[in-house]
Ligand binder design. Sequence first.
Ligand SMILES: [Zn+2]
Length: 341
Amino acid sequence: MKPRSLLYSTPAGLYCPQGDFHVDPLRPVARAIITHGHADHARAGHGAVLATAPTLAIMQARYGENFASETQALAYGTPITHRGVEITLHPAGHILGSAQACVRMNGCRIVVSGDYKRRPDPTCTPFEPVACDVFVSEATFGLPVFRHPNDHAEIAKLLRSVAQFPSRTHLVGAYALGKAQRIICLLRASGYDKTIYVHGALQKLNALYESFGVSLGPLAPATTDSKNHFEGAIVIAPPSAIADRWARRFADPVTAFASGWMGVRARAKQRGIELPLVISDHADWDELTTTIAEVNPGELWVTHGEEDGLLRWASLEGISARALSLIGYSDEGESEQSAPA
Ligand SMILES: [Zn+2]
């Protein structure tokens, strides 16, 4: 069986005709496999949705009880067969519940990795390489210039700044799903045991992570009154909030932003970020290339991002590769959610 007849791109996203389902569809469809809960991959309004239990819980928390007409939770590594197509989910190491979707029929196996990374992350199960005929990868950081530093070293920068400026509030911008909880866990792993204050938009997801066994330590809402201006505290908020009126309530804030893009100086400058933290939930160049070499697929399909860099590398390595150029996935996890104060 030719891989291209088992899975191909359509305007609604990657489609499997034999199983009549899409993977991470970009518009409402009858049947969807969802790799993870970020808004650009997990949309509301599908008929039947198959995903891990945490991903379904995230979708329910964000979109409400009726985000799909039917849902089915599938644990990592447990195969199910739908219309002759075997489907398994495998950890992707991106955020809580994130999965690679493996579809298999007549001996042909395609792995759609969704978004992934290879560094240890206490908030999710590590990426698991799965042998396949086709590996479908993103390429957000698919150029050799993108090499993310050690995440513990980035957190150490934040803690040094907190020690250096004890009367200022450290306001850390982090995406509400995944990044915020990872930053909190990294702070805890570095021995920071004080209360961490969080923006209202993070509270539901923090509670959801804790319900799946990710402990975040003492947290409190970042609600100011005339007495508390959070001198010396760490406050975590969605990126949109740190540039907003909301941020003005804090004591002479040091603004930080945790993103893979903070490795690009111009981006940090453009956002007026005083303390850029290069922490990404996406594979950097080395993680992309070592993963593809390790999976050693017959073919590589690249969904979006810096496709040219990765395609060129693949051709030099003798790996047959092509770009799917799917439009609709954003460049770091998700576009910013509108955030209530
Ligand atoms: Zn993502």
